[in-house]
Design a protein around this ligand. Structure first.
Ligand SMILES: [Zn+2]
Ligand SMILES: [Zn+2]
Length: 242
């Protein structure tokens, strides 16, 4: 049995950015969540599996506005999305957030996974019953939209390929880039339902040339610009040979 308050782990990345993850979830579904503390609002990027309540763990100042932004609609990123009132995501996945069907969230892959969690989030947890709450978008995003939290202004980059509505968020002043599953330091996925290898190659060319100071991926460790470029080039080389 796991104390729900201890379901998540967190580390401080910068003065105002925390990375959060679910240590007891199978590594295939163990994603990065980010809490960016702003002046006017806090920004939460991605929401884990939804196996334990996320919002209480975040300790957000009472009354402070919260912007919840999902990088894409896969199960490992949107489980606790419904806990937030103001929900942002890309237009191409708006129907997915509203319906949370397996075909877009891929939640069935988690249900079918042997030992999806190494500890139960609560005693009655049954992996076979795993389901995701519907969380319709309240703001539909497109390329070049901005998200303003007072201390940082993030630009939305539409980065399809891993999924149709994958987005990244770039602060062009600091160079901090949240890349979701478009790119991360680990095995990239381009062969699930909804993936588009041709679109992914276009996205990788864009990422290869993107000027960032650091990239925080949907999985794995932070990437330097050089590391991100190496990963993008490796993908382009490998996919050219297929
Ligand atoms: Zn994904
Ligand atoms: Zn993921």
């Amino acid at each position: 049995m796991t104390d729900q308050a201890k379901w998540f782990c967190a580390e401080q990345l910068t003065d105002n950015i925390r990375r959060i993850w679910e240590p007891h979830v199978h590594r295939f579904f163990r994603a990065n969540l980010f809490h960016v503390i702003g002046k006017d609002a806090d920004l939460i990027i991605d929401f884990g599996m939804g196996l334990a309540p996320l919002r209480p763990f975040l300790n957000i100042d009472i009354g402070k506005p919260v912007i919840a932004l999902a990088t894409h609609v896969h199960a490992d990123h949107i489980g606790s999305f419904h806990e937030f009132e103001h929900r942002l995501g890309h237009a191409a996945e708006a129907d997915g957030f509203a319906g949370m069907e397996d075909v877009v969230t891929l939640a069935h892959l988690f249900r079918e996974l042997p030992q999806g969690v190494e500890q139960k989030p609560e005693p009655s947890f049954d992996q076979d019953d795993y389901a995701i709450h519907e969380a319709p978008l309240t703001t539909v995003l497109a390329e070049n939209d901005t998200v303003d939290i007072g201390v940082s202004l993030y630009k939305v980059l539409h980065l399809p390929g891993h999924s149709p509505g994958s987005i990244g968020l770039l602060d062009e002043t600091s160079g901090i880039f949240f890349s979701g599953d478009a790119i991360y330091d680990g095995t990239l996925v381009d062969d699930l339902p909804g993936c588009d290898k041709s679109a992914y190659r276009t996205t990788m060319r864009r990422l290869r040339d993107l000027d960032v100071s650091v990239a925080y991926g949907g999985h794995g460790a932070p990437m330097t610009r050089e590391r991100m470029r190496t990963i993008a080039n490796a993908y382009l080389d490998a996919s050219a040979q297929r």
